[in-house]
Write a protein that binds this ligand. Structure first.
Ligand SMILES: C[S@@+](CC[C@H](N)C(=O)[O-])C[C@H]1O[C@@H](n2cnc3c(N)ncnc32)[C@H](O)[C@@H]1O
Length: 246
C-alpha cells in the first residue's frame, strides 16, 4: 500500500477539479479592493487566482510543508502565506472581505470553531465559500454495492474525521452566526479508474479495511478487480455553500 505524496495529491485534485474551483472563485465576486483569505491553502493552489482578482491575499495553513510550498509558488506576487490554525486564525477581527475554505473542515478538530473564526475575521457583509465532499455518498460501479457500502462505512468511521460535514454546512454556519446565501450540491463524475483510485483512495483504503477485518480480503480484492476491469464510474456529492457575515 502506498501513501500518496500530499502535495502531488492536492495537485491532482486541483487538475481534476478545475471546474468546481473556478465556480468557487466566481461565486466570491472578488474586487481589486478586497482582502481575500484562503483558509487551509495547502500548497497554494488557489492563491494565484485570488491574487489576480483581489487587492490583497492571505493564505493560512497548519502544515509547515504546505506553507513552505505555498510561499515558494507565490514568491514575488505579494501574497502572504502564514502558518496557523484555522480554529484560531492569526488575523485581526473584521479584516477580510472574502474567504474560501476548500476541503479543510473534514480535517480539523472542530469545524464549528473554524466557522466561528470566519465570523470573527470577516467584515460585516463579507462572504466566504465553503466546499466539502460528502464521503457517505461515494458510489462506484461495477462491483457489488454491498462492498461499496462497507468501504464507505470504513472510510467514514476510520479514515475521514468529519466525513459528512458537507451536508451540515448550512446548519453549522447558522449556529456560528453566518447566513447561508447559496447552497449547491453537485455530483462530480470520474470515469478513469487510475485517477479515481488515487483521488479516492480505493485500493489503499480497501486494503486497510481488509487489514482491520471490515472487509474480507477476497471481497476487497474482487471489488478492486471489478472496478479496474470497468467500464468504471465513481461519483459523490460535493457541497458548496456561500455564507455572509453580519
Ligand atoms: C485537502 S487539503 C486542501 C488544500 C487546499 N484548500 C486545496 O483546495 O488544494 C486540506 C488542507 O487543510 C490544512 N489544514 C488541516 N487542518 C488545518 C487547520 N486546523 N488549520 C489550518 N489548516 C489546516 C492541511 O494542512 C491541508 O493543506
Amino acid at each position: 500500500m502506498t501513501t500518496p505524496d500530499p502535495i502531488a495529491y492536492l495537485d491532482l485534485v486541483a487538475e481534476t477539479g478545475r471546474d468546481y474551483k473556478q465556480r468557487l472563485l466566481d461565486v466570491l465576486d472578488l474586487r481589486l479592493g478586497h482582502t481575500a483569505l484562503d483558509v487551509g491553502c495547502g500548497p497554494g493552489t488557489d492563491l494565484p487566482s485570488l491574487a489576480a482578482r483581489a487587492g490583497s491575499v492571505i493564505g493560512v495553513d497548519l502544515d509547515p510543508a504546505m506553507v513552505a510550498e505555498a510561499r515558494r509558488r507565490t514568491a514575488g506576487t505579494g501574497v502572504e502565506v502564514v502558518g496557523g490554525d484555522a480554529q484560531a486564525l492569526p488575523l485581526a477581527g473584521s479584516s477580510v472581505d472574502r474567504a474560501r475554505v476548500d476541503r479543510v473542515l473534514h480535517q480539523v478538530d472542530s469545524p464549528r470553531r473554524v466557522l466561528a473564526e470566519l465570523g470573527r475575521v470577516l467584515r460585516p457583509g463579507g462572504l466566504a465559500v465553503l466546499a466539502q465532499p460528502d464521503w457517505e455518498t461515494l458510489a462506484v460501479d461495477p462491483g457489488p454495492v454491498a462492498v461499496n457500502l462497507a468501504f464507505n462505512r470504513f472510510v467514514c468511521d476510520r479514515v475521514v474525521r468529519h466525513p459528512s460535514v458537507g451536508r451540515q454546512l448550512v446548519r453549522l454556519a447558522g449556529e456560528a452566526g453566518l447566513t447561508a446565501v447559496s447552497v449547491e450540491a453537485t455530483a462530480p463524475v470520474l470515469r478513469d479508474f487510475a485517477v479515481a483510485d488515487e483521488l479516492l483512495g480505493l485500493t489503499r483504503n480497501a486494503d486497510r479495511a481488509a487489514r482491520a477485518g471490515r472487509l474480507s480480503r477476497a471481497a476487497a480484492r474482487g471489488w478492486l478487480d471489478d472496478l479496474a476491469a470497468g467500464p468504471f464510474l465513481a461519483t459523490f456529492t460535493l457541497f458548496s455553500v456561500v455564507v455572509s457575515a453580519g
